[in-house]
Design a protein around this ligand. Structure first.
Ligand code: G3P
Length: 293
């Protein structure tokens, strides 16, 4: 064995590399386990882990003070008490500091939506920072970080400080962000979310949004190794991605029939609002059809 091979053999494989190369479908909890807990909160992340998600997905934005905060929408109205608390609608995440944002209640809206159900009361659950979310999820699990807004360097700085480079996966619909991230840290596994709404300045038709070889090529050229698409995928495109060393994950799949269709097309990972339902579908598939893949 020459020196180069020795160095390679000694390099420990990251948990992310191990996960994406497993020969079975990967199940990812979308915004945690958001069918039974308020999305993008610590209880939701905890429940996804308890339900056996391979990864827990969350969304983040840069707050006004540069800290990163977990929330899906760019304004606070739907999933926090910001309107009641501050008397203003449409407040953007980046106009408030992380302390201000984390003082918001991110559970009350969910209680209201599920009034009369047997779910626990989540009022008092605060909006989490990315930092504290990573502490919770990475303790025994892996995070799929969905970048919503902000620069690559700020997220990378946090990952480096926490020694989490390539111990998480970072994904975005903003492929320029991915390109920047890849240039700054080529080792970090990145996922390119699609379909995009436009390409080369042109609005896309539904047919143009279906995953095909040209999309896979473009994802690869931006430094991403995962294609993370909606259910508009084809067997040919998935095979092509696999031939080029890439994986295809799909979102947001909550129905067993659709999960089976995606797995039949060769999808490697399923992002779901309900981890348990998808695991059940995979288990039944295994008993009914033999091993899943
Ligand atoms: O992980 C994929 C998923 O996050 C897709 O985006 O914004 O619908 O949650 P979104």
């Amino acid at each position: 064995m020459n020196a180069e091979n020795t160095a390679k053999a000694a390099e420990p494989s990251s948990p992310v590399e191990t996960l994406i190369n497993l020969h079975r479908p990967i199940v990812i909890g979308h915004r945690g386990y958001n069918q039974i807990a308020p999305e993008n909160t610590l209880p939701s992340f905890k429940l996804a882990k308890m339900a056996g998600a391979d990864m827990v997905e969350l969304d983040y934005y840069n707050a006004k003070d540069g800290k990163l905060v977990c929330i899906h929408d760019e304004v606070l109205d739907r999933t926090t008490d910001a309107v009641a608390k501050w008397g203003e609608k449409g407040v953007h995440i980046n106009s408030k500091t992380s302390d201000e944002l984390c003082s918001l209640d991110a559970g009350k809206w969910f209680d209201k939506k599920n009034a009369g159900s047997h779910l626990p009361i989540y009022a008092g659950t605060h909006l989490p920072t990315l930092d504290e979310s990573l502490d919770l999820i990475q303790d025994g699990n892996l995070t799929l970080i969905h970048h919503k807004e902000g620069d690559a360097a700020t997220c990378l700085k946090l990952l480096r400080e926490k020694n989490l480079v390539n111990k998480v996966i970072v994904q975005s619909f903003d492929w320029n962000y991915l390109k920047d991230f890849h240039q700054l840290e080529p080792n970090q596994v990145l996922g390119a979310l699609g379909p995009l709404w436009s390409r080369g300045g042109k609005q896309l038709t539904n047919a143009e949004k279906v995953l095909d070889q040209s999309w896979v090529d473009e994802v690869k050229s931006n430094g991403a190794r995962l294609v993370v698409w909606n259910n508009q995928i084809t067997r040919e495109a998935v095979d092509y991605a696999h031939q080029h060393g890439m994986k295809v994950w799909v979102y947001t799949i909550n129905e067993p029939a659709m999960a089976n269709k995606m797995l039949d097309l060769g999808a490697d990972g399923i992002i779901t609002d309900n981890t348990s339902i998808i695991w059940r579908a995979i288990a039944l598939r295994a008993t009914e059809k033999g091993l899943p893949r």
